[in-house]
Ligand binder design. Structure first.
Ligand code: ZN
Length: 161
């Protein structure tokens, strides 16, 4: 509205900005592409990167500049019906304390236990959104695989629509 071609000199840079190398597809576009990929031949992807490489060509049928990062793809699919994510972990000695869930960025709540002497000790942490938990020896996700299937109620608790 305020944009008009008045021909006045403005403070804008004269050179046109470089063309974007990619565009961000909407959440539903990404979900639909992933569903299509998972329902097609493969049905299971052994890693996040493998799934991502399969989803991108589907996205690009719609827009040649569409792309999606692995982390965003995973976060969207955590809340997608019909997609189950299997997470493999390895245990590493704790470094700095965890502040958020490494799978979904959700909030963590301490897992406590009462000792014989009535003290409450923290045994670990669990995610308030998905099924991630860890004892104090940190469980670090190392691989995500994606399969067709309904996520169990425990996979994620509060699903984004
Ligand atoms: Zn989580």
């Amino acid at each position: 509205m305020s944009e008009k071609d008045g021909g006045e000199a403005r403070a804008e840079p004269r050179e046109t900005p470089p063309a974007p190398r990619y565009r961000r597809p909407g959440d539903e576009v990404v979900r639909e592409a992933a569903r299509r990929v998972l329902r097609g031949g493969h049905r299971a992807y052994a890693s996040q990167e493998e799934l991502r490489r399969a989803v991108i060509p589907i996205l690009r049928r719609e827009d040649a500049l569409y792309s999606v990062g692995g982390r965003r793809l995973r976060r969207l699919l955590l809340a997608t019906r019909g997609v189950k994510i299997v997470v493999r972990y390895r245990e590493v000695p704790s470094q700095r304390p965890l502040t958020e869930c490494p799978v979904c960025d959700g909030e963590l709540a301490p897992i406590r236990n009462q000792t014989l002497f009535g003290e409450r000790v923290v045994l670990g942490f669990r995610c308030t959104r998905c099924s991630y938990w860890t004892h104090l020896k940190r469980r670090v996700p190392v691989r995500y695989s994606f399969v067709v299937g309904s996520r169990s109620a425990r996979t994620i608790r509060s699903a984004d629509p």
